[in-house]
Design a protein around this ligand. Structure first.
Ligand code: SF4
Length: 302
C-alpha cells in the first residue's frame, strides 16, 4: 500500500481562533461556568475534550439558540465560529452573561457584505446548507435574504429585474456553488456575485480535486462537518472509486484494502491533527495503539 496525507491539514484559522477564545475564557473566568451555544466546531472529540476542561456545550436540535441562551443562569457564553444572530447575542447581554463571540473573521466579512448590499437596496440570494448554523446566522440578518440550497431553489424564485447579490456559506463545495451561480446568472443576468467560500475550504477541496492515481480516499472528520462532507463529495466527483468518511482509525478496523492500493488521507478544517496522524500510522503499521482516541492527547492539542 502507498499512503499519502492530503495537505493542508490541521485546524483552519477560524477553528484555531475559536479554540483560543474558549481557552482564554476558561483562564479569565476561573470561577464561572463557561457555556458554548452549539458545537464550537463540528468535531465531537473537540467537544469532549472541552468538556474535560469543564466547558459545557449546549447543543440540542430541538431547541433554538435563543432557548439555549435562555436556559443559562449565569457565567460566560461563547458563540461559535459559525456566527450568531444579533438578537440571540443581545439576549445573552440582557441576561448579564459575559459574551465571547468566536465568529470566524471570514464569516463576519460575509455578514458585512450582506449588510452593505441590503443597505443599497439589493435582494440577497445566499447559497448555503439548510439548518446549518452558519447559514442560520446569515439568514437572521434580514428577511430579504433567500436561502438557495440547489438549482431547484433558483427555479422557484419569482421573476425580477431588481438588484440581486449572490453570496455563499464559507464551507460550500466549489463545484456545486459554481453550478448554482451559473444557473442564477442565466435567470437573473443582473445578479452580482460575492462568492465567499473561504481559503481553507477552497485549498482543501482543490487538493482533493487534484489527486492523481488514487484508489482510495479516506476523509477524517465529524459526520456533522460540512467541510468534511464536501471533501468526500469532491473525491467522488474526481473519479476516486472508493471514498470513506471516518471519525477515527477505529472505523478502519474491519475495512479491507488491496495490497497495491494507493490511499490518500484528507481531513476537515476542524479535525484534530492527532486523529489524522493516528489514521495514517494505523494504516502503515496496524498497531492497535493508534486505535485509542486519547482525550488527554486531544486536550494537549487544543
Ligand atoms: S472553515 Fe473557513 S470560515 Fe469556517 S472557521 Fe475555518 S477559516 Fe473560518
Amino acid at each position: 500500500m502507498q499512503i499519502c496525507e492530503v495537505k493542508p491539514s490541521g485546524y483552519c484559522k477560524g477553528v484555531g481562533y475559536a479554540l483560543a477564545m474558549v481557552k482564554k475564557a476558561v483562564r479569565d473566568y476561573p470561577d464561572q461556568p463557561v457555556y458554548i451555544v452549539g458545537m464550537l466546531v463540528h468535531n465531537r472529540y473537540i467537544v469532549e475534550a472541552l468538556k474535560s476542561r469543564n466547558v459545557i456545550t449546549l447543543d440540542d436540535s430541538h431547541k433554538s439558540k435563543m432557548e439555549l441562551v435562555g436556559s443559562i443562569e449565569s457565567g460566560v457564553v461563547v458563540f461559535t465560529a459559525h456566527g450568531i444572530a444579533d438578537d440571540v447575542k443581545q439576549r445573552a447581554l440582557d441576561k448579564g452573561l459575559t459574551v465571547v463571540d468566536a465568529t470566524c473573521e471570514f464569516v463576519r466579512k460575509t455578514h458585512q457584505i450582506i449588510r452593505d448590499f441590503l443597505n443599497r437596496g439589493y435582494q440577497i440570494l445566499y447559497i448555503g446548507k439548510n439548518h446549518h448554523p452558519e447559514s442560520e446566522a446569515a439568514l437572521s440578518i434580514d428577511d430579504r435574504i433567500t436561502l438557495i440550497t440547489d438549482i431547484n431553489d433558483v427555479d422557484r424564485l419569482n421573476d425580477t429585474s431588481g438588484k440581486i447579490l449572490v453570496t455563499t456559506q464559507t464551507t460550500m463545495s466549489i463545484n456545486d456553488t459554481a453550478d448554482i451561480i451559473d444557473h442564477i446568472k442565466k435567470r437573473f443576468p443582473q445578479a452580482e456575485i460575492a462568492e465567499e467560500i473561504c481559503d481553507a475550504t477552497r485549498r482543501r477541496q482543490n487538493a482533493v480535486r487534484n489527486l492523481k492515481d488514487i484508489d482510495v480516499l479516506i476523509v477524517v472528520g465529524d459526520p456533522k462537518s460540512n467541510n468534511t462532507l464536501q471533501l468526500a463529495r469532491m473525491g467522488s466527483s474526481a473519479g476516486i472509486k472508493k471514498v470513506l468518511r471516518i471519525e477515527t482509525a477505529r472505523d478502519l478496523v474491519n475495512t479491507e484494502f488491496n495490497e497495491n492500493d494507493r490511499i490518500a488521507v484528507a481531513s476537515g478544517a476542524s479535525t484534530p491533527k492527532v486523529l489524522l496522524d493516528n489514521v495514517i500510522s494505523y494504516l502503515q503499521s496496524h498497531d492497535p495503539v493508534y486505535l485509542q482516541t486519547d482525550l488527554e492527547t486531544i486536550v494537549s492539542f487544543l
